[in-house]
Design a protein around this ligand. Sequence first.
Ligand SMILES: [Fe+2]
Length: 192
Amino acid sequence: VARLTAIDAVSHAVESAVCTRRNAVSSMHSREAFVRLAAGVEAVLDGSATPDDRASVLLGAAFAGMAIENSMLGAAHATANPLTARHGLAHGHAVALTLPAVVRWNLGEPAAAAVYRDLGSHLGEPLADWLERIIAAAGLSEAPGLDLDEPEIGRLAELAAAQWTGRFNPRPMERRDLAAIYRSLPGIHVAS
Ligand SMILES: [Fe+2]
């Protein structure tokens, strides 16, 4: 539960930071959330967390919630929710799969890319690389047994396109873009 909710909290900080409803109040909370989450999340994920690490992640998660309250989320949640609804993935696992791909997509939007650079400025590596690394290290970049065929990719993309939260993604996604995200997810094997 701690690992999945920690990744979810990171996704809340990252998505609220770039969504089209971001503003001065939400951005302040997103950034403060991310700094605290980044300080402790790797230790939470690998099981070595001290009480201080857990406190940092808990406070970061709370600040990320305040960021959402003042803004919105984005396409990582829009694409994750159908995986939970149709395939039973825990929310944190579904977001762990979709978030890195959505961050890479959003790098095509200059203002979002600038926010990501700011968030990642103390990580020592680009935000998308850091996310992929910590998620893989936590064993959350695979979804065992999740074999999707093209009709199912289409259904998932249709459901993702209908998700309210996806409308606030900084770089708009059409249904074909959402389908491409599903095809690109690590550990998902698409039968033709
Ligand atoms: Fe979430």
